[in-house]
Structure formats: structure tokens, C-alpha cells
Design a protein around this ligand. Structure first.
Ligand code: ADP
Length: 488
């Protein structure tokens, strides 16, 4: 495979800063590309938290053509890897408390358009070798709306390089009022429905979807789904128009971070042949969440953003049945205030069965994977989803809705798939209470009544391999296609 020079553009990367799956991908795909002999550098905003964790930061450049002189480029390495990291350092935009997109109270930063426009201009300067780095990528790989303006700004330079845009979640558009288009001084050719305009406003994600040489998303099923009105968030027409440029590549996972045999967050390690540690982790998890230490109730886990996408309302709807069937449930997440409050209320009502931790905790996320018997992911849509993949490796049988990456990674347990030793979890079709409850009931009944089959599900799941190697090769093919089609 040819060696490319790749600028990987992201608004979050694990372990520097993470709000969701994009950080996990950005933290592991570039290293996997490097292992395929690609010259890859990551570029991201210099958030306060990220600056503190980045290793060996030095000044890379003070001047970038087209970017205010107060913006600096810092260079370091992504911790735990040899991947070079560029940070766009503009303290007025990025050096502040709170999250990358929201203030400490959970409201979007009022200047998000300015922040990510500035970021895009800095990326564009680097991509065009106008940042005093003496380095010219031939692929600029952008991710989600925060880097959506980059392919648009690069569009007038088709011969120099090609752009790839990956959609990690089509629901987030980076949508702003039309007046921002002027105040950001974006080139006038970018306005219009064939450009960044969307229902009279300014859409950052359209920059990627309209102008990138190739578009990808993070699972083959989601790549199909987003071409339909139900999943398209108003962009299905555009995606159908560009269907020949759209593909789905399943996310890989980093088994160095997610390996129950070595996981530093777990008190007790285990593997496919020695599962005793998992039972001990279950006890430890029950204690940590203040649930009674009992072996008989199946323990369900859920980790994720508490938003409608993730089907949290469906989870709330089955809580009375879970309690009646003596099932325990632990939840870790944060998000909509309404869901947070309702979950906390349920935990108060059913202290022997339901426990909730509102917040973000890498350690607790690992401990839930390590200690729970089953993992709930009843998402309304799920571009890829990572937790079900982690769950498989941790012997935590996933219960998922048949959508996006969930459909591509979990094999439903029924007579045929069990006989073929292919089954890895429980899959249901409709985002409705009855469907979720039926799937959960099926899981509970195998857990309680068919221990041999349960062990088989665990073992088959733990043997699945979703490491990056395969997916990285698909990205290399995608880059090749982007180079062939550039500017077309
Ligand atoms: P999304 O990107 O839609 O949030 P994914 O399943 O693709 O969903 O990725 C979510 C990632 O974020 C996983 O690694 C998950 O463990 C992690 N995560 C989500 N919420 C939390 C939380 N509250 N604490 C710790 N990790 C979390």
C-alpha cells in the first residue's frame, strides 16, 4: 500500500479530551494508520485540558497564512503513541474551563461558530503548507461538523490534496444563523444551497458533505440509513446525490485500552478461559454502586450520553419490569436534565435494583463493562457505537436495537445462530417499550435457565475481533479513491 501523508483533523482525541466515540476513534485510528506505514499527524484545538495532558509540547509555528498572528501552532505527541500532534493554540477561543463544545453549565459556547471557523482556517493553512512546517499532506481527513469548513475552504485548491470527511453522527450539524456567514467572512462562493446554506442558516457539516472528495461514515448500515428521510436529518437528499462518494467503514476499537485481562481500571482481571474475575468484578460493582451484593440477579449496565438518541426513555419505561423480575441495573452517563432527574428518581424508588451515577468517568465505564452481565444499548440510531463492541470483549452480553453499527456488530441469539455458535447478544427491531422488554426478557431467561448457552454467548462475544487493522486498511482504500477523484 502506498504511503500517504495524512492530516487527521479532529475536535477531540483520547486521552487528551473526550466527550464521545470520536475521541476514541481519533485516539486509535491514526496509530493504526501509522502501523500501515502512513505519515499521519493529528491536528486539534488546544483546549485547556488537552494542553495539560499532551506530551512534550513545543512551538511548531507562529505564523499561518490567513490566520490571525495571535494564533500559534504547538507540536507534541499523542500520549502512549508515536503519533505527532498539532494543537491550534488560540487562548481566547480554547483556553477556558468547561467542555470542548459547552460551558460548565451545559450550554453550547456562544462563539462555537467563531471557534471552529478559526480552527478550520488554521487546518487549511497547515494543509496548504502555509504554516512554516515544511510539510504537505496529500490527504486531509476531517471528522464531524467541527472540521466541516475545511473541505469547503480547500475546494479552490483541488490539485494540491484530497479531502475525506467522516460522519460520526449526522444529528449534529454545527448549525448557525445566516448572519454568521458574513461575520466569519467566509468566501461568498460558499453561500447557497449548493454550499453551506441549510434552511436559511449556515451549516458547518455541509462543508464536509458537499466539498469533500470522499465521505465516509462509521458503519456500513449507517451509510445506508442516512440516505433515508428517517435517518437523514434533512441531508439525505444531498447524501443520495453524492452516494457514489459515500461509504461505511466500521470503527475499530483499541484492545490495548479495552482488554479485561489487563485493564488497570479493573480490580480483578479475567479472560475467556478464566472468568472468575468477572464474578468478583460484579460484586465490586454492586458495592461501588450501593446495590445489594447478590449473585442471582442479572446485572445490566449502561454507559453513555443520556439523550433521546440512546433510547434512555425506553430504558426508563422497562424499569418497573426489571424490578419485578429482580434484575439490577447500573447506569453511568450525563446529558438531558430530564433523563438525569428521572433516572435518579428511579434509583431512589428502587434502591435494591437501580443505581445511577451522573457524570463522566473512564474508570467507572470500564468497571461497568467488567462487572455487568449484560449491556443495554437501545439506541434510536447509532452510527457505530463502541460500548457494544467493548461489551463483547468483556463478556458482557449486549442487548441492542438493530440499527447502524449495532446491527453490524451484534448477532442475535436465536435457535439457528446459537446452533451455529455465532450468536453474541440480543437484538430487537423497533424503538418501543415492548420490543426492548422482549429482548431483555429473552436475555434474562437464557441467563437464568440456560447457563451453558449463556457461557457460549459470552465466549463467542469475547472471541470477536474488531481491532483497527482491518478498518485501517479500508481507510487506506478510501484515501486512494479520494486521491483518484480529487477535485471532481
Ligand atoms: P457516542 O459517540 O454517540 O457518545 P459511542 O458508543 O460511539 O457513543 O462512544 C461513546 C464513548 O464514550 C464510549 O467510549 C463510552 O464508554 C464513552 N462514554 C460515554 N459516556 C460516558 C460517561 N458518562 N463516562 C465515561 N465514558 C463515557
Amino acid at each position: 500500500m502506498a504511503s500517504n501523508t495524512i492530516l487527521f483533523v479532529t475536535s477531540e482525541v483520547y486521552p487528551l479530551i473526550k466527550t464521545g466515540g470520536l475521541a476514541d476513534v481519533a485516539g486509535s485510528l491514526p496509530a493504526a494508520l501509522k502501523a500501515q506505514r502512513q505519515d499521519v499527524r493529528i491536528i486539534m484545538p488546544a483546549y485547556r485540558g488537552a494542553m495539560r495532558k499532551a506530551e512534550k509540547l513545543g512551538f511548531a509555528s507562529f505564523r499561518m497564512e490567513g490566520v490571525p498572528e495571535t494564533v500559534r501552532l504547538l507540536e507534541g505527541r499523542l500520549p502512549g503513541t508515536s503519533v505527532r500532534l498539532l494543537l491550534v493554540d488560540s487562548p481566547a477561543h480554547f483556553d477556558r474551563p468547561g467542555g470542548p463544545y459547552m460551558d460548565p453549565d451545559g450550554h453550547d459556547w456562544a462563539d462555537n461558530a467563531e471557534r471552529f471557523a478559526l480552527f478550520a482556517r488554521a487546518v487549511t493553512a497547515v494543509a496548504l503548507n502555509k504554516a512554516e512546517l515544511d510539510w504537505q499532506p496529500d490527504i486531509v481527513h476531517c471528522n464531524d461538523w467541527q472540521s466541516g469548513l475545511v473541505p469547503a475552504l480547500l475546494a479552490p485548491y483541488p490539485k494540491r490534496l484530497s479531502s475525506v470527511f467522516t460522519v460520526h453522527n449526522l444529528a449534529y450539524h454545527g448549525f448557525f444563523e445566516a448572519a454568521k456567514f458574513q461575520s466569519l467572512k467566509l468566501p461568498s462562493y460558499l453561500w447557497g444551497v449548493d454550499g453551506l446554506e441549510f434552511h436559511g442558516g449556515l451549516s458547518f457539516i455541509k462543508g464536509g458533505l458537499v466539498f469533500a472528495d470522499m465521505i465516509s461514515t462509521v458503519s456500513p448500515t449507517y451509510a445506508e440509513e442516512i440516505r433515508t428521510p428517517h435517518f437523514g436529518h434533512g441531508l439525505d437528499g444531498l447524501l443520495n446525490h453524492r452516494a457514489e462518494r459515500l461509504t461505511g467503514i466500521l470503527n475499530g476499537v483499541d484492545y490495548k485500552q479495552w482488554n479485561p485481562a489487563k485493564d488497570p481500571h479493573l480490580k480483578h482481571h479475567y479472560d475467556i478461559h478464566h472468568l472468575a474475575g468477572k464474578a468478583r468484578n460484579k460484586q465490586q460493582l454492586q458495592t461501588q454502586f450501593g446495590l445489594p451484593q447478590r449473585t442471582s440477579p442479572p446485572l445490566l449496565g449502561l454507559v453513555g450520553r443520556l439523550v433521546e438518541q440512546k433510547g434512555i426513555d425506553l430504558v426508563l419505561s422497562i424499569i418497573p419490569q426489571l424490578v419485578r423480575h429482580d434484575v439490577q441495573l447500573v447506569i453511568l452517563g450525563s446529558g438531558d436534565k430530564r433523563f438525569q432527574a428521572e433516572l435518579q428518581q428511579a434509583a431512589k424508588l428502587h434502591p435494591g435494583h437501580i443505581a445511577v451515577h451522573i457524570g463522566f468517568s473512564e474508570t467507572l465505564a470500564h468497571r461497568i463493562e467488567g462487572g455487568a452481565d449484560m449491556f443495554l444499548m437501545p439506541s434510536r440510531f447509532e452510527p457505530c457505537g463502541l460500548n457494544q463492541i467493548y461489551s463483547l470483549r468483556y463478556g458482557t452480553v449486549p442487548i441492542v436495537r438493530r440499527t447502524g453499527g449495532l446491527a453490524d456488530t451484534v448477532v442475535d441469539a436465536h435457535d439457528e445462530t446459537i446452533a451455529q455458535k455465532r450468536a453474541t447478544g440480543f437484538v430487537f427491531d423497533h424503538a418501543a417499550h415492548d420490543d426492548l422488554w422482549r429482548a431483555t426478557q429473552r436475555a434474562i431467561s437464557v441467563f437464568r435457565g440456560q447457563p451453558k448457552i449463556w457461557q457460549q454467548l459470552i465466549a463467542t462475544g469475547m472471541r470477536q475481533d474488531f481491532s483497527w487493522k482491518q478498518s485501517a486498511k479500508h481507510y487506506l482504500e478510501l484515501y486512494q479513491t479520494a486521491l483518484e477523484k480529487r477535485g471532481g
